[in-house]
Write a protein that binds this ligand. Structure first.
Ligand code: LLP
Length: 423
């Protein structure tokens, strides 16, 4: 891991805090590990770019041969801007409106449809086209209730029992089903979830011999160890079971299909950290509260999913461990990165690294309290470079006023350069 205290200190010194840091070499390593774990000649890794859409990250995955799981027109345009040909993108958006479907269909992207209602409307508008169908795998798993995707009560996928209705629409409008898809959840914990979900999707393929079928896509959800006691899953072992299952299925099916997965967390989570600086230490009776210069809009996982992120005191790593609440700078009580966490003694001015923040960190970010998002810095081949500049508060406000219809005059005299960052 190249995110060493020395490099992190250097990054904070050069680019300030808060700053997201991504180790691109680590992402490459994870990609190769995934390829080795699932040795199928027609393996396609569709990176779920919702996890981290940073352009340097996308370009890295592009250079490795990844495909993209895109979920919005913005994802589509960003992936294209980073070099992904449209043939390397699958479009799996939720609850699309007609205008969105028309907008993305103009690009020629492969649409993945997960509801009967949308399928019906799509068929009328785009008869005879190639299409992927998303089914609900009817398996419930995920590391938090909010990110369990399969099973009853979620909005995702066509129910397995609706296959007959699907077939009627396909036949009537001559749709060519080239892929079948499912996604069970994020951070799958139960050992059999993936294989059970696979079996359910395979049974769809077996019940009806889709003549144009080219691949089965089993989504993402590969867990990474966030917590102090969690260990990395043995993916090579898991891969053996999955490949054996898929291989047997293809033999029985009589066609060697492509095997698609859509990892997000697996590829980027452990490759990133959020660097923050401590500016306030205070005690509230027995509790020591440590205030930092970031907050939950910049890393929402702890507040939103009660997610655990390891935190290291980069400036003072080997001191006596003490117990802290690590807070942000947002005016909300729940603005905490960690509660009652034992960390090497923290002083004002210390640099903290909030680890495993490379997935669903910046990507889920926002500017609540009008605090601009952090800078993004990458490390590749041991070299550090700025990937995305920090926006200033003035530039942020200016961008809002510019889009406002209220006709405010610009209160700032400072010129902005063409990127919207203050010069
Ligand atoms: N494919 C589909 C269709 C998905 O909906 C997702 C994630 C993925 C792939 C990638 O899942 P992954 O490999 O990253 O687990 N914000 C949450 C995770 C939400 C995941 C949403 N869908 C978190 O921070 O834990």
């Amino acid at each position: 891991m190249s995110l060493t205290p020395r490099i992190l200190t250097q990054i904070a010194g050069t680019y300030g805090t808060p700053t997201y840091v991504y180790d691109l070499d680590r992402i490459k390593e994870r990609y190769h590990y995934f390829q080795e774990a699932f040795p199928w000649p027609e393996l396609t890794i569709c990176y779920a770019m919702k996890a981290n859409y940073n352009p340097s990250v996308l370009k890295t995955l592009h250079s490795l041969g990844a495909f993209i799981d895109a979920v919005s027109p913005g994802d589509l345009y960003m992936a294209s801007a980073c070099g992904f040909d449209i043939s390397r993108i699958i479009y799996t958006a939720n609850n699309m409106k007609d205008s969105e479907v028309d907008e993305v269909m103009k690009t020629g992207v492969l649409m993945n449809i997960g509801s009967l209602s949308r399928l019906g409307k799509y068929a009328v508008q785009y008869p005879g086209t190639r299409l992927c169908l998303r089914f609900n795998p009817d398996v419930v798993d995920g590391e938090h209730d909010k990110i369990k995707t399969g099973g009853d009560l979620t909005k995702f996928g066509i129910l397995l029992e609706d296959l007959d209705k699907v077939l009627k629409i396909i036949k009537k409008y001559g749709l060519k089903i080239i892929g079948l898809h499912e996604h069970t959840g994020s951070g799958l914990i139960k050992p059999d979830s993936i294989t059970n979900a696979m079996k359910n999707i395979m049974s769809v393929a077996t019940k009806h011999n889709f003549p144009d079928l080219e691949f089965l896509d089993f989504g993402g959800g590969f867990k990474v160890p966030y917590g102090p006691d969690e260990t990395e899953t043995d993916y090579k072992r898991m891969g053996q079971d999955i490949i054996a299952l898929f291989s047997d299925f293809c033999d029985a099916y009589g066609k060697k299909l492509g095997l698609y997965f859509e990892p997000g967390k697996f590829l980027t989570a452990t490759a990133g950290c959020l660097l923050v600086e401590v500016n306030t230490i205070k005690t509230n009776r027995k509790k020591i509260i440590c205030g930092t210069d970031s907050g939950f809009p910049q890393l929402i996982r702890p507040m939103f999913y009660d997610a655990y992120h390891r935190i290291e005191n980069v400036s003072n790593p080997k001191d006596k461990k003490m117990e802290y609440d690590i807070c942000g700078n947002i005016c909300e009580t729940g603005d905490l990165f960690a509660k009652s966490r034992k960390i090497s003694r923290i002083r004002e001015g210390d640099l903290l690294s909030i680890n495993d923040a490379g997935a669903y960190g910046y990507a889920m970010g926002g500017v609540y309290n009008l605090r601009p998002m952090p800078a993004e810095v990458v490390i590749e081949n041991g070299r550090v470079r700025l990937s995305r500049r920090r926006q200033t508060s003035q530039a942020l406000v200016r961008s809002i006023l510019k889009e406002s219809t209220e006709g405010f005059s610009d209160p700032f005299n400072t010129p902005l350069d063409e990127t919207g960052v203050q010069a």
